[in-house]
Design a protein around this ligand. Structure first.
Ligand SMILES: [Zn+2]
Length: 236
């Protein structure tokens, strides 16, 4: 097993990782993430407000219908010729009109409360919209800056990738396959040296049976961090 080539490869690959990392940790990238969250939030706020508004509208329409029915009954009742009524009927009319008036009063109050709710929804919607638009304007600037950063780094990454490609052929294919698998799992570095009885990646001490196995096979997957621990080859 020739570990040297894959270690060289890993070293160069690390340069790419550092560049990618610097891009990911760029303040512009952080702002972009924040803005994306604002946009997501304002979208879900808008959706929630829309649902609430639909409900209020339904309530409003129901109340409006009730209100109109009450007004109509009131009008019909009040049109009755008062001189054709007997005393009991007149008393009944008074009782009914009082009930109607109180009903209308309640309905009016309910409508006012609903109107207030509608206003609150509208202003909430407005606020979400403003936040969204502000974020959108900011997003344009920041993403331009971030793209400039990316454009600056991408030729360097491309050059390194090119160099890596050339190195691939020299690497034992078995080792290269192991490397690629772990790289996908975002484990890095992948091959680590066996140091002071433990894994050079996570520093966990290996049980003696594992150390024996490592000595026999020259390589071992760490049970803790899943990197490949290799035994340093004696100097030639
Ligand atoms: Zn480990």
């Amino acid at each position: 097993m020739n570990i040297e080539e894959i270690l060289n490869y890993q070293k160069k690959d690390f340069e790419i990782i550092k560049l990618e990392r610097s891009l990911n940790e760029s303040p512009n990238k952080k702002i972009i993430n924040q803005i994306q969250n604002i946009v997501k939030d304002s979208q879900s706020t808008s959706a929630a407000l829309e649902t609430e508004a639909e409900e209020v509208l339904l309530q409003f329409n129901n109340l409006k219908k009730l209100y109109e029915d009450n007004i109509n009954s009131f009008i019909i009742l009040s049109k009755k010729e008062s001189d054709t009524l007997n005393e009991a009927e007149a008393a009944e009319i008074i009782k009914l009109t009082n009930a109607m008036a109180s009903n209308l009063n309640i309905l009016e109050k309910k409508l006012l409360a609903l109107a207030e709710k509608v206003n609150a929804i509208l202003s909430g919607y407005d606020e979400a919209k403003k936040k969204y638009q502000k974020a959108k304007i900011h997003y344009k600037d920041v993403s331009e800056n971030f793209n400039a950063e990316k454009n600056e780094l991408s030729p360097r990454i491309a050059k390194l990738s090119e160099e890596l490609k050339k190195m691939e052929t020299k690497i034992e294919s078995k080792l290269f396959t192991l490397y690629k698998e772990k790289r996908q799992d975002r484990i890095f570095p992948i091959f680590v040296e066996f140091t002071s009885n433990g894994c050079g990646g996570c520093m966990m001490e290996l049980p003696s049976a594992q150390i024996e196995k490592l000595k026999r096979e020259n390589m071992l997957e760490c049970e803790n961090c899943h990197r490949y621990i290799y035994l340093k080859q004696p100097e030639k």
